[in-house]
Write a protein that binds this ligand. Structure first.
Ligand code: FUC
Length: 348
């Protein structure tokens, strides 16, 4: 196993460095010190062809000029916060608005748009890159100086893990995730409509027109959101269900996971045989099928609707505004911890 470091680009005079984690089975994962962006994940299909299974670019420009959060670390709080404000300990905090009147994925300059301090960690059974960032008090409107560490690790069992750790000097909100768009066909040769998605979840959150949870928790039974036995994505998103329409003809919904560290999320491309199994200690997963990706030839990638699927393991979006949703406050002296494992395999 090895980590390969390269000068990848520049933002102003700051070098963007890429780190490629390579295991002995041929899996290669490339990430940047900017936004912690995962630009590439190379895995084999069922015929032994090694190809890229994420939407990514070889240049920095598309990452700077785009609102799709390709491959990036998301924070401080993943998802939308209604009206870009919240009350905590009797004080109102006003956040930056970056989508209508709301705050999305950490605001104008979220964790996807900052430089992280990288450190290569090599252990006997895994290789890792640890990314550190200090988010200062009042950044994007949030309270507290928060020291954050995100670690990307790869082992020889073809398991890639993302672990998030943080400490704060004030009570604050924190709910991080990663915004990689997976496409298991290999080198984006097909869209994700013929992928099967299986999620061990009995409940999902209803969204309003602005894609913000209404507070209503819905049962998946007899809806396109029942993914418990696995469903072709195209089957789910062509239904007439109002919630599919609200989300621009696809999934963009938080699912509450029934179980943890139990193969709770599985994505499978029938043709290539590639399978991605995700396990997490997070409460839920936001499934986003790229419904807002616009047709655009961008830096060698023909972007279009349904070109990738994000499986964003996280706490429930906008939880601070819904007394019936559990939410998490990071307190001084406590340690934020969140772990998600992505396992790559093949079938057939
Ligand atoms: C996702 C979604 C969105 C969005 C975006 C880029 O997580 O929830 O609706 O547009 O990321």
């Amino acid at each position: 196993m090895e980590v390969i470091q390269k000068e990848w680009g520049k933002i102003g005079d700051k070098p963007v460095i890429s780190f490629t984690l390579a295991n002995d089975k041929g899996i290669k994962i490339t990430c940047l010190n900017y936004g912690g962006i995962i630009t590439k994940i190379i895995t084999p299909d069922n015929k032994g062809n090694y190809e890229n299974i994420v939407i990514g670019f070889d240049k920095i420009e598309p990452y700077l000029n785009n609102l799709s959060y390709f491959g990036a670390i998301i924070g401080r709080v993943a998802g939308r916060i209604k009206d870009a404000m919240f009350d905590l300990n009797g004080k109102t905090y006003i956040l930056n608005k970056n989508e209508n009147n709301n705050h999305l994925h950490g605001g104008l300059k979220g964790f996807n748009r900052v430089f992280w301090e990288p450190e290569i960690v090599q252990k006997e059974k895994e290789i890792a890159i640890q990314l550190s960032y200090l988010s200062v008090n009042e950044e994007e409107g949030y309270p507290g100086n928060v020291e954050i560490k995100v670690t990307y690790s790869l082992n020889n069992n073809n398991e890639f893990s993302i672990s998030y750790g943080a400490i704060s000097d004030q009570d604050t909100l924190l709910s991080m995730t990663n915004h990689t768009y997976f496409n298991l066909s290999g080198n984006l040769k097909r869209d994700i409509l013929n992928h099967v998605l299986k999620i061990k979840s009995d409940q999902f959150l209803e969204l309003d027109e602005e894609l913000i949870p209404t507070g209503v928790i819905l049962d998946v039974t007899n809806t396109p959101f029942d993914l418990r036995e696995g469903k072709l994505i195209k089957e789910g998103i062509t239904s007439n269900h109002l919630q599919i329409k609200v989300a621009n003809g696809g999934y963009d919904h938080p699912f509450i996971l029934n179980t943890h560290n139990d193969e709770e999320i599985m994505l499978w491309d029938l043709e290539s045989g590639r399978t991605l199994t995700i396990e997490t200690d997070e409460l839920g997963v936001v499934v986003y099928t790229g419904n807002q990706l616009k047709e655009n030839d961008m830096y060698g990638v023909s972007l279009r609707k349904y070109l990738g699927i994000c499986l964003e393991t996280q706490g429930l979006p906008d939880a601070i505004h819904h007394p019936n949703f559990p939410y998490y406050i990071l307190k001084p002296g406590e340690k934020y911890s969140s772990n998600t494992i992505y396992k790559f395999s093949v079938r057939g």
